[in-house]
Design a protein around this ligand. Structure first.
Ligand code: NAD
Length: 469
């Protein structure tokens, strides 16, 4: 059963596919590989151009499907669809991106060249929070480089990719080049077990990433494993506070705090600033509209917060709030017990703020993945960077300051893969790599852009000479 998280109603049903069904998809991708990999790259890109046209034409339908099953706001979902499209546009540039290198005269009469070749079947295990965008970090690049693909969406949100797969079909892509398999861990395990699969990308919790990474390593497969997060926002005394507060609100509560780039910890440098930020941030949090994002009264408001994804996720967040109280943080704004007319069975939690949070508390060390924000105070920028660097996760981190000196120190010293300066969600555009550090990224090649071409190709280095006739 697939639920609308705003109402708890079942909106569709999809199969939980078996290992045998997954293997059929992998075999179909394998059978398609020889012809597809020999198809000129410009012709492969042509299918992506056709898909681009179909996605642009059907942007609204994709966006509304995504909102219905995932629960993010309509403006947020449009932004997600646009980022998916942007990745497709970048992958259309594969005739340039995939080019190798040549060194004429590497030694006497010898030339050397690096050629980048596709490898075979690649697979994706996707998370629930970006049903449209995350697949596009990978599969367009995989197809454009000449590989074939099998993907598994999250079993919580399968409808968006099912719709997109219909558009993929309409491009006339040869059968077997792209395959969608619905299901859960059983399907994921079949990817790792099948020797025809050359590499797996997984985006999800660090727990699952570790499992997938170790299975891939032991099976000799390539992997990309993009894990959980706990993103910090550092506020300096010279920050433009009014602008910063609004920006932090969007970062913390957009997508109900369920973005891997959502901020959930605000670190204030200095005591006066701490009290000021607490007052202003809590006041602004009270203004956030929590509602069914498809309710026409609020549908196009810029800051609407929908539900969290499931009853299980809601219960975990409520348990974490209880833990935060028990370990001595102050619950300064309580989002529990929210009632929304017509959505009595939805999974809503209102904006929730803890103050007096200290490093080492579970509310700080754990990824809550909901609209729960921790505010803490430190005395110096060094101390703030220390808090970030001691944390297990390192996906994103931002600083609010007008000082180039503080900003430079932060970007060089903070251990997070994606850094923001007065930008609360420093999610890179599709032309640049996306990915974190530490437990947020258990592999070396990041997603999207030019970087991911290396994941989907293997280098062959040719050293050649021809003797005089
Ligand atoms: P999840 O780990 O529960 O599931 C992710 C995927 O793994 C799903 O498709 C699921 O079916 C599959 N899966 C579950 N158990 C598995 C197992 N034992 N073996 C193999 N596959 C398994 O994650 P989620 O709740 O869907 O997504 C939220 C998480 O994803 C958060 O931790 C978030 O931070 C993270 N995330 C990270 C990034 C990033 O770029 N680092 C981006 C988006 C989401």
């Amino acid at each position: 059963d697939v639920e609308n998280p705003s109402t708890g109603q079942v909106i569709s049903r999809v199969p939980l596919s078996t290992e045998a069904e997954t293997n059929r998809a992998i075999e179909s991708a394998h059978a398609a590989y020889q012809a597809w990999s020999r198809t000129p790259v410009s012709r492969r890109a042509q299918y992506l151009y056709d898909l681009l046209g179909l996605l642009k034409e059907n942007e609204k339908q994709i966006t509304l499907t995504l909102v219905e099953e995932m629960g993010k706001s309509i403006p947020d979902a449009y932004a997600e669809t646009k980022r998916a499209i942007e990745n497709l546009e970048v992958a259309c540039g594969m005739p340039v991106l995939q080019q190798g290198e040549k060194l004429v005269g590497a030694a006497d009469g010898i030339d050397a060249e690096v050629i980048r070749q596709p490898m075979g079947v690649f697979a994706l295990i996707a998370p629930f929070n970006f049903p449209a965008m995350v697949p596009f970090w990978f599969f367009p690049y995989a197809l454009a480089t000449g590989n074939t693909y099998v993907m598994k969406p999250s079993e919580l949100v399968p409808n968006t990719m099912r719709l997109i797969t219909e558009y993929i079909d309409r491009t006339g892509l040869p059968a077997g080049v792209f395959n969608l398999v619905n299901g859960d861990k059983t399907v994921a395990d079949a990817f790792m077990a099948n020797p025809l699969v050359q590499g797996v990308s997984v985006v999800g919790s660090s727990r699952v990433c570790k499992i997938v990474a170790s299975k891939c390593a032991s099976e000799g497969k390539r992997f990309q494993a993009m894990g959980g997060a706990k993103n910090h926002l550092v506020v300096m005394p010279d920050a433009n506070l009014d602008k910063a507060i609004q920006n932090m609100i969007t970062s913390c509560y957009g997508c109900a705090g369920q973005r891997c780039m959502a901020a959930s910890v605000i670190v204030c440098v200095g005591e006066d600033l701490y009290w000021n930020v607490c007052d202003k941030f809590i006041a602004a949090s009270r203004e956030v509209i929590t509602a069914n994002p498809l309710d026409p009264k609020v549908a196009y408001e810029p800051m609407v917060m929908g539900p969290v994804i499931s009853a299980k996720s809601k219960q975990f967040i409520l348990d974490m709030i209880k833990t935060g109280i028990e370990e001595g943080a102050t619950l300064a704004l309580d989002g529990r017990g929210l009632a929304i007319d017509g959505c009595e069975n939805g999974y809503f939690i209102g904006p929730t703020v803890f103050t007096d949070v200290k490093p080492g508390m579970a509310i700080h060390s754990t990824e809550v993945f909901g609209p729960v924000v921790s505010i803490m105070q430190v005395d110096t920028l060094d101390e703030a960077i220390g808090v970030i660097n001691a944390h297990q996760y390192g996906n994103g981190a931002s600083i609010y300051t007008q000082s180039g000196h503080y900003a430079r120190k932060f970007k060089l010293e903070a251990n997070a893969g994606m850094i923001g300066v007065n930008v609360g969600i420093p999610a890179p555009v599709a032309y640049l790599p996306f990915g974190g550090m530490k437990a947020s990224l258990l592999s070396d090649i990041k997603a999207q852009g030019k970087a991911v071409v290396n994941f989907f190709t293997q280098d062959k280095i040719v050293t050649e000479r021809f003797f005089d006739e």
